[in-house]
Design a protein. Structure first.
Length: 211
């Protein structure tokens, strides 16, 4: 399959984050539609030249090739992962893009069927932390002061498993400061003085819960 067909591009391999593939993410504003979405974390050195060329063409078709004539604050779909380095899996110096769709994307796995094409799998197979490829298309948006280029999500190919990411939570170590309690929190009962362990109440069970 060509990497470009009728405006549809196939991405390099990426790690999935903020994956809304089994069901759409609810719109935050009244009147807007719920959307399926995925954030694509590309490794350093990933070849994004075809994606950047497609985004640039859409941008220039809408606003022209002269940057001096572009609207102020024109948004690029290519972001530095360092902007979200508080989140697990994001690495400064690497690129991420987010693609969305109001239609449910199709998902295939890596294994071929009898016809040699990848077999379809359940959308639930795609989760934050796994590795995928996607087909996308670039488009422009122009809504008041909100102007830029983004990518629409078409379909996904699940490639391999990965360590699950934290579902949009920031890293725990970035939420808190270290606290010196004067005690070793990892000390075993056998390490504690007898006077500290005799008659002590059992510990409460952990709660479950552009360029």
């Amino acid at each position: 399959m060509s990497d470009e067909k009728q405006g549809v591009l196939r991405t390099p391999e990426f790690r999935a984050a903020f994956a809304w593939i089994a069901r759409p993410q609810k719109a935050l504003e009244d009147g807007k539609k719920d959307k399926y979405a995925i954030t694509m974390l590309f490794p350093k050195g990933a070849d994004l030249s075809a994606l950047k060329a497609a985004a640039a063409k859409v941008r220039d078709d809408k606003w022209g090739p002269d940057p001096k004539r572009w609207p102020k604050g024109l948004k690029s779909p290519f972001k530095d992962q360092g902007d979200k380095s508080d989140y697990e899996g994001f690495e400064a110096g690497c690129t991420f893009i987010t693609a969305t769709s109001i239609q449910k994307p199709g998902v295939v796995g890596p294994k071929p069927g009898p016809d040699g094409k990848p077999l379809p799998i359940e959308n639930e197979a795609v989760y934050s932390g796994c590795y995928c490829r996607a087909t996308v298309n670039a488009f422009w948006y122009d809504k008041g002061v909100n102007k830029g280029v983004s990518f629409g999500l078409n379909n996904l190919q699940f490639l391999r498993e990965g360590d699950p990411l934290g579902g949009g939570r920031a890293k725990a170590e970035n939420d808190f400061d270290a606290v010196d309690t004067g005690e070793d929190p990892f000390a075993k009962d056998d390490d504690l003085p007898a006077s500290d362990s005799v008659g002590a109440k059992p510990a409460a069970a952990a709660r479950s819960e552009w360029d």
